[in-house]
Design a protein around this ligand. Structure first.
Ligand SMILES: [Zn+2]
Length: 94
């Protein structure tokens, strides 16, 4: 599970992502990870209250800035359910 934001592709560079409206710190690039979608995805926020969420439809949360309510994107709860990660050494030898 992770955040998935429809804000276009961005490079994997060090830094933080802030709200475009109020400048509140939202995510660190350290929390960014490769995602099957073309959108940036993050595993955690900088502040616990960086974002607020509400269920827009089953399995999809609307994610907004925790400070000003600026719409940021969506978090999909069933994300990755068709994929299973097997750590090297625990599965069959590839
Ligand atoms: Zn904001």
């Amino acid at each position: 599970m992770g955040f998935c934001f429809q804000i276009g592709q961005s490079p994997f560079a060090a830094g933080i992502y802030v709200c475009t409206k109020c400048g509140y710190e939202l995510f660190s690039s350290r929390a960014k990870y490769e995602h099957s979608s073309p959108w940036p995805a993050f595993t955690e926020t900088i502040h616990e209250d960086s974002v607020s969420k509400y269920e827009e439809r089953p399995g999809a949360l609307k994610v907004s800035c925790g400070k000003c309510g600026n719409g940021l994107g969506h978090e999909f709860l069933n994300d990755g359910s068709s994929l299973k990660f097997i750590p090297k050494g625990e599965g069959d030898s590839f």
